[in-house]
Ligand binder design. Structure first.
Ligand code: FDA
Length: 534
């Protein structure tokens, strides 16, 4: 790859960049910034692309997409600079200069990484933020779309809904999640039973590799194309854009919510759900959300289990189906609403009946402080086991805790485990995830909340997958293992977390990494390592 060349060294730029970088910067940092500004070679571009710590906009650009504010405290390590490229050559220049001057980079699309790995590092680093790469081009005739990594799921859904009510895309529930990280790690949502993952519907991509080359599916080859569809972000390169296949949905779908609590026989109903939800017709998705709520008895708390569903059809077809297959739920017509698929995304995002414009609002989901974990369940949990975890929600540390149970079966049962890096397919009844939050003013006591979720996770060990205890890559959890912060990480060490996320696909991911990025240029605490030390 031939990097952008600069023939003239504009003296003015040198003065600008050195004054902006501040006299206290370490030598290599200053050299990096100088290198980058010379490559950008235009002072008006520099001010739109490089945000250094003394730039008045630095904090707002940094915080703009931090979803987990656990990683937005004064103690959180901050980047030397945030680079917001306007065009591909700016990304190539950042790769070139950070490589030349030995700086780590964090790649950020939507900033929803559970452990903040797209904007935090313990070693000196810069952030490459793709916030300007957010185009969505929908082609309804061919039922495909190109979407850039910096766009959000909401922007993609909005782009589809603006053109048609009968096409959709099977990706995540939360509209503020970024395309770049989400697609890189698999990506599931309410169409999972009908269509599988977001990654299952990617048909091409544009990627910049560690040498600055721009590759597409054909030029990157099928191994690398396989790896980027679920093998995790910040390992194989920077994915700029994805070509996706859209899927058909009816113009009218139906949603419902049925809430049950401890006083309403919920343990038995939840127990039954485990036998039913993964075997329902693919058009019906019924997930479970568990939280602590106020009880009808004054001053008391109870645990609420919400059964929330999407049906790809009308209410008149849905009611008899649920009454036959899951009578324990007691579904009534008044629990149900008909709407378009895009509106159902708002419903699941807890913004029902609002204008679809809300899909474009990057702040629609409140920023919170949290720690989360995930599991896969292959055998129904006995009633005694369910009682045990429901009772943990009554503990005081669980005021802002939740558990989500996502039914599998359907398409997930049909796709082989090694089709893509995401391996959790046939044989899973559901994916379970746990989250605990706390208030900002409780940050000093965060340890007790993190202990709670670790205890909860220990409790669940009896009932979930074993050897390995599987986990979902996109629900990143550094508790399950991590690479060395600096220096080489061996295959054995990375296997500790790698097999949990990827099972045997981890081996192929390591082979691809060794071929395409043997120097381990793209790395973080849970990136796939090459086989030998660079
Ligand atoms: P972010 O920008 O933080 O990136 C995540 C990782 O990918 C980082 O390692 C980053 O370096 C890397 N990366 C980002 N862009 C890249 C690019 N262009 N090229 C290469 N690497 C890149 N998941 C799910 O499957 N279904 C769901 O419904 C939800 N819902 C949900 C709600 C909320 C509130 C949160 C916080 C998270 C979810 N998730 C989810 C999890 C989500 O899929 C996961 O956190 C994604 O990695 C987020 O992608 P972002 O681009 O937003 O993250």
């Amino acid at each position: 790859m031939k990097f952008l060349q600069y023939s003239v060294l504009p003296f003015l730029l040198v003065v600008v960049i050195l004054s902006l970088s501040g006299a206290t910067l370490a030598h290599s940092h200053g050299d990096f910034l100088l290198c980058l500004s010379l490559h950008l070679a235009n002072s008006s571009t520099i001010s739109k692309v490089i945000y250094m710590r003394n730039n008045p906009s630095y904090s707002s650009v940094l915080n703009a997409s931090i979803q987990n504010t656990r990683f937005s405290t004064p103690a959180t390590p901050k980047p030397l600079a945030i680079i917001t490229p306007l065009k591909t050559s700016h990304i190539q220049s950042t790769i070139y200069c950070s490589k030349k001057h030995g700086l780590q980079r964090r790649i950020r699309s939507g900033g929803h990484d559970f452990e903040g790995l797209s904007y935090v590092s313990e070693v000196p680093f810069v952030i490459l933020d793709l916030l300007n790469f957010r185009a969505v081009k929908v082609d309804t005739k061919n039922k495909v779309a190109w979407v850039q990594s910096g766009a959000t799921l909401g922007e993609l859904y909005y782009g589809i809904a603006a053109k048609t009510k009968t096409l959709a895309f099977p990706a995540g529930i939360c509209p503020t999640v970024g395309i770049g990280g989400h697609f890189s790690g698999g990506g599931y949502g309410i169409l999972i039973r009908k269509y599988g993952l977001a990654a299952d519907h990617i048909i091409d991509a544009q990627l910049i590799d560690a040498n600055g080359r721009i590759l597409n599916r054909k030029s990157m080859g099928e191994d690398l194309f396989w790896a980027i569809r679920g093998g995790g972000g910040n390992t194989f390169g920077i994915v700029l854009a994805w070509k996706i296949k859209l899927v058909p949905v009816p113009a009218v779908v139906t949603v419902f919510t049925v809430n049950k609590n401890l006083e309403q026989n919920v343990t038995k109903i939840l127990h039954r759900w485990q036998y039913i939800a993964h075997k329902l017709p693919d058009d019906l998705y019924v997930d479970v959300g568990i939280t602590k709520v106020s009880s009808s008895q004054a001053g008391k708390k109870t645990v609420q289990v919400a059964f929330i569903a999407l049906f790809l059809g009308g209410v008149d077809e849905l009611i008899p189906l649920v009454q036959e297959r899951f009578p324990e739920l007691g579904l009534a017509k008044e629990n149900c609403s008909e709407m378009s698929w895009a509106e159902s995304v708002l419903y699941f995002g807890r913004a029902p009946r609002k204008s679809l414009d809300i899909l474009l609002d990057k702040n629609v989901i409140p920023r919170t402080i949290f720690k989360a974990k995930s599991d896969y369940v292959k055998e129904p949990i006995p009633e005694s086991g369910i009682e045990g975890f429901l009772s943990m929600f009554l503990e005081k540390e669980a005021d802002f805790a939740a558990m989500l149970m996502v039914p599998f079966g359907g398409k997930m049962e049909e796709i082989p485990e090694n089709e893509l890096p995401y391996p959790h397919r046939a044989g899973n009844l559901f994916q379970a995830s746990y989250i605990v939050g706390w208030r900002k003013e409780e940050n000093a006591e965060s340890g007790k909340y993190i202990s709670w979720i670790r205890r909860f996770y220990s409790y669940m060990a009896t009932y979930v997958s074993k050897s390995p205890r599987e986990a979902y890559f996109n629900y990143r959890d550094l508790d399950i293992g991590s690479n060395n912060i600096s220096g080489y990480t061996s295959y054995q060490q990375a296997s500790i977390w790698g097999f949990k996320y990827f099972k045997n696909n981890f081996k192929r991911l390591v082979q691809v990494k060794t071929t395409v990025d043997p120097m381990n240029f793209f790395r973080n605490e849970q990136s796939i390592p090459p086989l030998s030390s660079p």
